[in-house]
Design a protein around this ligand. Structure first.
Ligand SMILES: Nc1nc2c(c(=O)[nH]1)N[C@H]1C(S)=C(S)[C@@H](COP(=O)(O)O)O[C@H]1N2
Ligand SMILES: [Mo]
Length: 375
């Protein structure tokens, strides 16, 4: 395994961590074909061509960071579990790997995926449609580790602390990346404490040595470089919980705020690609679809502004990975043609014609369309 530079780090002290070199991280991303939006912090998206597989190759998995990438020393690293628990824990990576593990294929999507499509434009990294990827994640279940520690009565939330830190707008001092889940979501969401990704040790850029993976949730919940878990009695009001990653809608003149949680339902066309020249006659349209609330129930496709028609759902999808689908269009006339795809889930949610604009541009589940040329 390659994990870059290793350095000394005192347990639980994020400031003592070394950082990965931003320029080499950028080069590695560019060489893998990712589109880089920002180098410091590194934010880059998966190329459309890499989004059609059940599992995204690790090298092409999108990267979303708020701070420099910490490079943690496995020998000094511990996962501390404390707060309102019967038995505080301090687990080494080796100890974590000795616990019963589960592997789950989970689609991670940044809440800002597709933000660039909002008009007027919304603030934040202008993600196109590649801030989403799927991987097989392996590690013990969060619920099992919390069970070992024993959550005390009266506990309300579980806070997950990452080792990365830095300055954010409006605050005078550096802060860590931290997120919380309610005790119920922590126990029931099927979250994993993942130390492996696609069968390999978790790479530094995806959270080495350990990250939380919360299936179905916008990926901000899946804290990388996890160092500590604190069970608390109060609601957590951290920056990435209460300031950032909050929908800010304006409804009838009133500002409404709500933290992002489950991924919205969405379909994406992966074949053909935009601008592709195809011979008219028969065209095969392929793609993926996902939703945080429930499995995909239906994908519909419209070709050349024709009626919506049901696509075929292909294979048995993983419980929390995206669903493959395909559609055969025939009898098409030559010329420019617009192909559109939209999804619905078993929770009864469908993709809207126009997702609701919000100031930070979250959940931009616009109906995906590609223009092709039929000859
Ligand atoms: N510690 C830490 N965890 C984090 C973040 C971060 O900046 N720091 N970004 C979050 C966000 S917003 C997303 S979309 C995912 C991205 O995970 P990836 O870089 O492995 O694709 O990680 C989440 N976990
Ligand atoms: Mo994100």
């Amino acid at each position: 395994m390659t994990i870059g530079k290793l350095t000394q780090m005192s347990s639980g002290s994020p400031t003592a961590a070394a950082e990965a070199d931003p320029e080499s991280e950028r080069l590695i991303a560019v060489q893998a074909g990712l589109a880089v939006h920002q180098t410091e912090a590194l934010n880059c998206e998966t190329p459309a061509a890499a989004l059609g597989e059940d599992v995204t190759p690790t090298a092409q998995f999108y990267r979303r960071n708020h701070f420099p990438l910490p490079v943690l020393d496995e020998a000094a690293w511990r996962l501390d579990v404390g707060g309102m628990v019967q038995q505080p824990l301090s687990l080494s990576l080796h100890e974590l790997t000795q616990l019963p593990a589960e592997t789950a294929v989970v689609t991670l999507e940044c809440a800002g995926n597709g933000r660039a499509l909002f008009r007027p434009s919304a603030t934040g990294v202008q993600w196109d449609l590649g801030a989403v990827s799927t991987a097989a994640w392996t590690g013990p279940r969060l619920a099992d580790v919390l069970d070992r520690a024993g959550i005390k009565r009266g506990a309300r939330e579980v806070i997950f602390g990452g080792a990365d830190c830095g300055m954010v707008e409006g605050l005078p001092r550096p802060i860590r990346f931290e997120r919380s889940l309610t005790v119920q979501d922590a126990v029931e969401s099927g979250a994993l404490l993942a130390y492996a990704m696609n069968g390999q040790p978790l790479p530094v850029r995806h959270g080495y040595p350990l990250r939380l993976v919360v299936p179905g949730w916008y990926a901000v919940a899946s804290v990388k470089w996890l160092t500590d878990i604190r069970v608390v009695a109060e609601r957590f009001g951290g920056f990435f919980q209460d300031q950032d990653y909050v929908y800010e809608w304006n409804r009838g003149g009133t500002d409404v705020r709500e933290p992002v949680s489950l991924q919205q339902v969405r379909a994406m066309i992966t074949r053909p690609s935009a601008g592709q020249e195809l011979s008219c006659g028969t065209v095969i349209v392929r793609g993926v679809a996902w939703s945080g609330a429930a499995p995909i129930s239906r994908v519909e496709v419209s070709v050349a502004d024709g009626p919506w028609q049901k696509a075929r759902l292909v294979g048995t999808p993983a419980a929390h990975g995206w669903q493959q689908w395909e559609f055969l269009a025939s009898g098409l006339r030559s010329g420019q043609a617009r192909i559109r795809a939209r999804a619905s889930d078993l929770a009864g949610r469908s993709q809207p014609e126009q997702p609701e604009w919000n100031r930070r541009g979250y959940a931009a589940n616009f109906i995906h369309e590609v223009e092709v040329l039929l000859g």
